[in-house]
Write a protein that binds this ligand. Structure first.
Ligand code: 5GP
Ligand code: ZN
Length: 119
């Protein structure tokens, strides 16, 4: 069922506390933790605690939860003092776009210059 934990999902295991993570924010619905392979001084992953395979599926299945993820991404940017000069929220969607974990997650990247287009 949509939103239910998936046994083979790394991020569901992090939510369950079965895999350790450096947590930076933890709300009723959302968990945020540092990426294990950071691509910028700030690189935090923001995930809904419920399992949805990608951002679009999350928005369709649980729009309020999608909003929670975005709000927390903004809170993290503030916490990490990267609102100025700016930061980036990335949802890789599909293997061809670099998605490797099929549990919806926002990358919050900041603390360095961010080129556009991202490549
Ligand atoms: P994706 O490639 O799906 O957009 O993002 C998945 C992210 O999860 C990658 O940036 C990767 O470095 C990160 N990641 C993979 N395994 C782990 C882990 O065990 N712990 C943490 N904190 N991040 C992970
Ligand atoms: Zn999951």
């Amino acid at each position: 069922m949509a939103g239910e934990p998936q046994a083979d999902c790394l991020f569901c295991k992090i939510v369950a506390g079965e895999v350790p993570a450096t947590v930076v924010r933890d709300t009723e619905t959302v968990l945020a933790f540092r990426d294990i392979n950071p691509q910028a001084p700030t690189h935090v992953l923001v995930i809904p605690k419920a399992h949805y395979p990608d951002a679009a599926a999350l928005a369709v299945g649980a729009p309020g939860l999608a909003a929670d993820v975005l709000r927390e991404a903004g809170e993290i940017a503030a916490q990490e003092k990267t609102v100025e000069p700016g930061y980036r929220i990335v949802f890789n969607t599909g293997a061809g776009a670099g998605q490797t974990v099929f549990h919806a997650h926002a990358h919050v990247l900041g603390g360095r210059g961010l080129e556009w287009p991202p490549g």
